[in-house]
Ligand binder design. Structure first.
Ligand code: NAD
Length: 362
């Protein structure tokens, strides 16, 4: 893996940690992008990467994204992420998770881990037996599954985008196309349905679809049909890179606002949406409810405070869309500006603010 320093310089990272434990087979990379605003928080992804270069690229990209996500959410946190190389269905063992936990602990709170793809709440509980710095578990003050809060923030962001277009914030009769009705998509359907929206849904798993059709009267469409639907809002809640040169020309919606990470395949796709007059609520700004929920553990989890911060995502989206209008730049660029301003304001000679030690079960 040559050129590692070139890559981390390009992405602007502070520290990359390569961790291996022979006994358990752990191979992990922890990326600490920034601790300017506080400890670097971000989930741990377990994935069967085709090679080490792919794993490194993923951790660099994801950890930088967390810096921006925390900054626009107004959290005193930096950005980090970890990847474990391996198939979570076959290679994940308690010994491997514990070895990972020991590496996280060795960083003394500079990096705080949590769930991501391939990691469940129960896995965080196992990691937590070895470190103070694993959040989102089910015990020991853990905040649990964050997807409901991610959905609530997305719902608030959707209302702000509607308001921005002069459509009020009443969702009654508004047609929303939701791609992916897993953890977040399901909860989003619930909020939208309660507000009177008409739901058009797709997923690749029939059981997920059946649940929302049955519970919320949603209309099922195929995965290919979702892009070209006659609807007001398209809410991507499955995969990244789904806004691209193949899908953007098909869109008939006025707004794209959903929880999926990294929705724009390229920077140019954000400009393409802007040119088409489709309002895009930047992914990392609208889907910050989960990180807000997890981060709340730092001060002792308080649901009322979390709800207030997650509800404020609506104001953040309104602010970003207004900046986009005033600066005449696409919303994803306006969001980057907002994040970069906050990070620049937080830069001090000492930089890293140490996390306050919380509880630990070991
Ligand atoms: P999930 O795995 O529970 O749900 C994703 C759903 O998308 C699944 O039901 C899956 O079958 C479906 N799907 C996959 N490919 C599809 C396709 N081509 N077409 C239609 N459906 C497809 O994941 P989740 O936790 O609900 O997260 C959804 C998205 O939101 C992800 O991009 C995730 O990174 C992002 N996100 C989640 C959280 C959170 O709190 N869980 C926080 C921030 C961002």
């Amino acid at each position: 893996m040559s050129g590692v320093f070139q890559k981390i310089e390009q992405y602007g990272h502070e520290q990359i940690v390569f961790a291996q434990d022979k006994d358990s087979g752990l191979k992990a990379i922890i990326g600490i992008h920034s601790t300017v605003l506080g400890p670097a928080l971000g989930g741990c992804r377990m994935w069967n990467y085709s090679d080490e270069g792919e794993a490194l690229r993923d951790v660099l990209r994801l950890s930088r994204g967390m810096t921006y996500k925390a900054a626009v959410a107004g959290l005193d946190l930096g950005g980090g992420k970890a990847v474990i190389i391996g198939d979570s269905r076959t290679h994940k063992t308690p010994a491997l998770l514990k070895a990972f936990g020991r590496f996280v602990e060795s960083l003394g709170g500079r990096y705080i881990t949590a769930e991501d793809v391939g990691m469940k709440v129960a896995d965080i509980d196992t990691i937590r037996t070895q470190t103070h710095w694993a959040f989102g578990g089910s015990n020991d003050g853990g905040s649990g599954d964050p997807s409901n809060m991610t959905a609530l923030g997305t719902f608030q962001g959707i209302k702000s985008a509607l308001k921005y277009l002069g459509m009020g914030d009443d969702l009654n009769g508004i047609r929303v196309a939701i791609q992916g009705v897993g953890n977040v998509g399901y909860h989003l359907c619930s909020y939208l349905s309660a507000a009177g929206a008409k739901l058009l849904v797709t997923d690749i798993y029939p059981t997920q679809i059946e649940k929302v059709v049955h519970e919320f009267g949603a209309t099922q469409v195929t995965p290919d049909e979702i892009y070209g639907l006659d609807c007001d809002i398209f809410a991507p809640c499955a995969l990244g890179a789904i806004l691209n040169s193949r899908t953007i020309p098909q869109l008939k919606c006025k707004i794209v606002a959903g929880a999926a990470n990294n929705q724009l395949e390229t920077e140019a796709d954000g400009y393409a949406l802007f040119k088409r007059g489709i309002v895009y609520a930047p992914d990392y700004a609208i889907n910050g409810g989960g990180v807000i929920n997890v981060a709340a553990e730092l001060d002792g989890y308080n649901q009322q405070k979390v709800l207030a911060k997650v509800t404020n995502i609506g104001n953040t989206i309104a602010d970003i869309l207004e900046r986009s209008r005033q600066e005449n730049v696409p919303p994803h660029v306006a969001a980057d500006h907002l994040a970069e301003q906050r990070i620049a304001a937080g830069r001090t000679p000492q930089q890293a603010k140490p996390a306050k030690s919380s509880c630990c079960s070991h």
